[in-house]
Ligand binder design. Sequence first.
Ligand SMILES: Nc1ncnc2c1ncn2[C@@H]1O[C@H](COP(=O)(O)OP(=O)(O)O)[C@@H](O)[C@H]1O
Ligand SMILES: [Mg+2]
Length: 507
Amino acid sequence: MLAKVTSCAVVGLDGAIVEVEVDTSRGLPSLTIVGLPDVAVQESRERVRSAIKNSGLIYPNKRLTVNLAPADLRKEGPAYDLPIAVGILLASEQVWSDRVENALFVGELSLDGGVRHTTGILPMVALARERGFHTVFVPAIDAPEATLIQGLEVIPVTDLASLVSHLQGLRSIEPYHYNLDFSADEPPSYAVDFTHVKGQEHVKRALEVAAAGGHNVMMTGPPGAGKTLLARSMPSILPQMTAEECLEVTKIYSVAGLLPPEIPLIQHRPFRAPHHTISHAGLVGGGHFPRPGEISLAHRGVLFLDELPEFGMRTLEVLRQPIEDKIVTISRAQGTLTFPANFMLIAAMNPCPCGYFGDATKECTCSLTMVSRYQKRISGPLLDRIDIHVEVPRVEYDKLTDDRLGEKSEDIRARVEKAREVQRQRFAGTSLICNADMGPAEVREYCAVDEAGRSLLKAAMQQLAMSARAFHRVLKLARTIADLAGSSDIQTHHLAEAIQYRPRRQV
Ligand SMILES: Nc1ncnc2c1ncn2[C@@H]1O[C@H](COP(=O)(O)OP(=O)(O)O)[C@@H](O)[C@H]1O
Ligand SMILES: [Mg+2]
């Protein structure tokens, strides 16, 4: 007999429907899985057999063929265990139920019949709703994640035996209801607060501007000046995510298998700080079955690259395309795949190998060639994509020992939120979120400057040898500075501040 059960695959960040067909026929007892299955799917045979036996059911002594359709889609992972088991039970007429109709099954089985956590539940359930399915059967542990998508019946499955009695109508499993509060009420307590960072007022200002408009930042300065500390304080001034942004980011973490089990929703902007030994695939995503990399995990949040030159030229160059396009494209045999990667880059570096080039008191021990070689590890095209370059000098003794506390992150965040609100209204009805997202058309529309501003820009273009990209970036940055000041038009002093954040090669 032939049985059909519907399941789901995840390709990139999107679900794709997979039909699981099970056929029984006479012949030597065996189980064959066809339809481009990977090793984990092949191993499904053993798990399914044990799970069925250990759930008090009968594993048919027949020749079983499982087809996963469409055949051209590569199937990975153990998520098909549950639909295969249900298919076998239907095909061997141990279960007959109309509850299988219009429903989607996903889940990994353990040998005793228990149903285990499966990654990518969120995109699968999103697809189920889009395709008009009525019910999704998911591992009980993943049920809260599934209910982030509303309008579907979510059945939490703990084990195969209880699923069978539910399907037979003997003992129904209660649909799972869970209302997650999206309005991310209280911001969490942050590990570091700007109030504890002494001095460095101009750096704090630069970071405030960056947070307000989503701009990239590069901090340069001697060791121990507070670059890492400042960058780590960044989450405390980032604006709240909207409900849409939360879902978008949560989808990425769901596919990466990084959702916290208790509250499976990412409510705060991510802050990712990968070490410089990270691999290519780890940074931009990839692998046999492509997974999102750090730049996608930092989507809508911050990617902090400390000690930037240590990352090496080749690793850094792969960041160029995603910084510009806000997505990352991964090529593989079956075509290309994209992940979102709209992050704010915050980078920190020393000016030279010894770290004291340009320091007012401590002498630099590097030769000019060494300094130049060190700085050249970061290519011009990458520097060009960073809007804000700030120097972080050593803090003076007086400032460091000053008992007065600096401005609290909370107050800075309030200003950032206000500037973001202006941007939300500006970009209402579009896919843009902040000023850094603007393309040439929006720059033209929203970044008009007056006569005085134009002559300032002209002079800056010539003196700093700015590229067309840098020119647009200056205008976007000036827009943010004006938004922070509550000004509807960009004034000359807003432009002047934006221009002074452009990089200057020191050697
Ligand atoms: N501006 C500052 N205010 C308060 N403490 C500071 C400051 N700068 C540095 N420190 C102290 O020095 C430590 C090292 O700073 P860090 O941010 O790692 O320096 P860098 O990354 O520039 O080498 C910090 O953890 C902090 O204790
Ligand atoms: Mg540091």
